[in-house]
Write a protein that binds this ligand. Structure first.
Ligand code: NAD
Length: 443
């Protein structure tokens, strides 16, 4: 077994980097989390967590107190004192759908600038097939410019955590994927993840390109499931069938499985939209096609707009109508607004001249600071949002929206129209209750 000193760094302290760094310190590693965003590092050094992620505060605090976890902007110190350096920076989409690799390559450059011996450089960001080679080329070019020679290995270790359940996903993953080129790098990575090995988490050890492809294939497949059930839901709407029962019965088939068969307003978040577009781009780049993925990208865009059409059908004219929007985050238990269907619906309704009152338990501050141009009326709670509304849209299924005081809402709304794009409530009960209720593919 190769000797490894347990010292690692994680570059990029966002949703993935911070969770990975904190959980790796929980696994017994000594971790330095690096970011170029001084606000983030300052907050973390003051004991604040810059994102909303359940369970993260406790694990960060515990490991900072144990002096296994620290936060810094000092690349030099971090690289010089770490044998393994994870890259967990963003890979946002460019105009043409391809992944923007500038942050990954900038991180690779910083690592190479400060290398002082053998390092394992681990791509944890979601990156197109071939990126590990580009990282290698970048590091080699910088070392050459510096006139130094150091041995290093590149590893592809894609991350599958879900925001809102990230700590549990990282510490109890379905699998660990390692794309490696040398036995030494494989040994070191297995030592880092030894805790997972001991609880029988499956390890898939493969080459760099395959590991990179596994991440895109996995995300695209989940996105296919979502878009598929959304299409079925739309047909159910037309045909008078109930997608809830369709999905339930489908899910009982062991070959299909029940997960990701929940009809709604389309997928959002920082991963599925960008990763499906990137996969389509990768296919073209290699002279191929990924027609299924091309189709679901279209289906998903259309699904979000379909929710706005549902509002139009209910109100006839959206202009000047009072709309109550419950939820802004792309899903519950996160403050992440990236590609959020709820936010899309809210924006479109504003564009059509509606007065939109919103409430989200966590994501409103992010929305105010990221989209100051959006003229939402931010409310204190669900009930203030619904006051005199012509329609209520349940757009993110936060738990507290699952048990709304419907009597109260009925009294304070102008019209009793309830558009449940997350299919939280039962149509029959809601109709009995006196709401003009509509879900997605429900009956
Ligand atoms: P994020 O935007 O939350 O965080 C990225 C961080 O990297 C930011 O804090 C940014 O300041 C920092 N950064 C950028 N360039 C840097 C540099 N050169 N040096 C130091 N810091 C730098 O992004 P994220 O959501 O954590 O995603 C990171 C990667 O992980 C992406 O490739 C994403 O696709 C992938 N991923 C994300 C999720 C998720 O649920 N968010 C899940 C799995 C994989």
């Amino acid at each position: 077994m190769v000797k490894f000193n347990n010292n690692i760094s994680v570059i990029g302290t966002g949703y993935v980097g911070l969770v990975s760094g904190a959980c790796l310190s929980e696994f017994g590693m000594n971790v330095i989390c690096i970011d170029k965003d001084s606000d983030k590092i300052e907050k973390l050094n003051n004991g604040e967590i810059p994102i909303y992620e359940p369970g993260l505060y406790d694990i960060v605090k515990k490991n900072v107190d144990a002096e296994r976890l620290s936060f810094s902007m000092d690349f030099k110190y971090a690289v010089e004192n770490s044998e393994v350096i994870f890259i967990a920076v963003g890979t946002p989409p460019l105009e043409d759908g391809s992944a923007d690799l500038q942050y990954v390559l900038a991180a690779a450059e910083e690592i190479a600038e400060h290398m002082n011996g053998y390092k394992v450089i681990v791509d944890k960001s979601t990156v197109p097939v071939g990126t590990a080679r580009k990282v290698r080329d970048k590091v080699e070019a910088v070392l050459k410019k510096r006139g130094v020679k150091y041995d290093f290995d590149i590893v592809s270790n894609p991350e599958f955590l879900r925001e809102g359940a990230a700590v549990n996903d990282f510490t109890h993953p379905d699998r660990v994927v390692l794309g490696v080129e040398t036995k030494k790098a494989e040994d070191i990575m297995k030592q880092i993840y030894n805790v997972l090995y001991l609880i029988s988490v499956p390890f898939v050890v493969t080459n760099l390109e395959t590991a990179e492809m596994i991440k895109y294939a996995s995300n695209a497949f989940l996105a296919v499931k979502i878009s598929f059930i959304n299409e079925i839901a739309n047909i159910c709407d037309l045909a008078g069938a109930d997608v809830h029962h369709v999905a339930k019965a489908m899910g009982h088939d062991g070959r299909i499985g029940p997960k990701f068969l929940h009809a709604g307003p389309g997928y959002g978040g920082s991963c599925f939209p960008k990763d499906t577009k990137a996969l389509s781009y990768i296919a073209k780049e290699y002279g191929g096609k990924c027609e299924i993925v091309d189709a679901i990208i279209k289906v998903n865009d259309r699904q979000k707009e379909k929710m706005v059409e549902k509002v139009r059908d209910k109100l006839e004219n959206i202009n000047s109508k009072k709309i109550a929007l419950l939820g802004l985050a792309f899903k519950p238990e996160t403050d992440d607004l990236r590609e959020s269907p709820a936010l899309y619906i809210g924006k479109r309704l504003l564009e059509e001249g509606a007065e939109v009152s919103v409430y989200d338990p966590i994501a409103m501050e992010n929305c105010k600071s990221l989209y100051p141009e959006l003229d939402f009326n931010y409310c204190e709670n669900e009930y203030e949002t619904c006051k005199e509304a012509d329609i209520l849209i349940l757009a993110t299924e936060w738990n507290q929206f699952r048990s709304l005081n419907l009597n109260k809402i009925k009294e304070i709304m102008n019209k009793r129209i309830f558009l449940d794009v997350r299919n939280v409530y039962e149509p029959e009960q809601m109709n009995k209750f006196g709401f003009d209720y509509e879900g997605v593919g429900r009956r």
